[in-house]
Design a protein around this ligand. Structure first.
Ligand code: ZN
Length: 175
C-alpha cells in the first residue's frame, strides 16, 4: 500500500516537473519571439509608421515578420498582423495557418482579430493591452466569443512594458 503511494507520488512529481519544464521552455521562447516582434516595431518607427511589430511562428521557427506598413503601402489594412498572416499563408502554401503562433507587440484590433480567426491560428501572444481598440481583451473579446467556431489560445503581457514604451515614445516624439 505504502509502496503504491510512493510510486504514485513519484509519478505525480515527474509529471509536475515535466509540465513545469514545458512551461518554462514556452515562457522563454515567448520572450525570444516577442523580442523579434519588438525589432520589427522599432524598424517600423524608423520608417515613420506606428511602431507595432509581429512575427508568425510555425514549428519553432519564424515564417513571416513585419511591422505596420499602412503609410508606406497606402493601405489601411496593412497592420503588422495582416501583413504577417498574408506572407505566412503564401510561404506555407495554405490559407489556413493551423498550428501557428502569432506574436504581436500590441493587443490586436478587431480587423486583425477577425483575420486570425479566418486563418485559424492556434495561439496569440501579445505584449501590451490597447485601451483604444484592443479586440482580444480590453474593448472586445473576439477570440473567445462562443458564437464563433474557432477559438484562439491567448497569452498577454509578454514584455508589455517594452512594447508599450515603443509606441509611447513614438507618439511623444510627434507632439
Ligand atoms: Zn489591427
Amino acid at each position: 500500500m505504502w509502496d503504491m503511494c510512493l510510486h504514485h507520488s513519484w509519478l505525480y512529481a515527474k509529471v509536475f516537473l515535466r509540465e513545469r519544464a514545458i512551461l518554462w521552455f514556452r515562457m522563454n521562447s515567448d520572450i525570444e519571439f516577442m523580442q523579434e516582434a519588438l525589432e520589427e516595431a522599432r524598424a517600423a518607427a524608423m520608417a515613420g509608421e506606428v511602431p507595432i511589430g509581429a512575427v508568425l511562428v510555425h514549428g519553432g521557427s519564424v515564417v513571416a515578420r513585419s511591422g505596420n506598413r499602412t503609410i508606406r503601402d497606402c493601405d489601411p489594412t496593412a497592420h503588422a498582423e495582416i501583413v504577417v498572416l498574408r506572407e505566412a499563408a503564401r510561404a506555407l502554401g495554405n490559407y489556413r495557418l493551423a498550428g501557428t503562433t502569432l506574436y504581436v507587440t500590441i493587443e490586436p484590433c478587431s480587423m486583425c482579430a477577425g483575420a486570425m480567426i479566418q486563418a485559424r491560428i492556434e495561439r496569440l501572444v501579445y505584449g501590451a493591452d490597447d485601451p483604444k481598440g484592443g479586440a482580444v481583451r480590453t474593448c472586445f473579446q473576439l477570440l473567445s466569443d462562443e458564437r464563433l467556431n474557432h477559438r484562439v489560445e491567448v497569452t498577454s503581457g509578454v514584455l508589455a512594458e517594452d512594447c508599450a514604451a515603443a509606441i509611447q515614445s513614438f507618439f511623444a516624439g510627434r507632439r
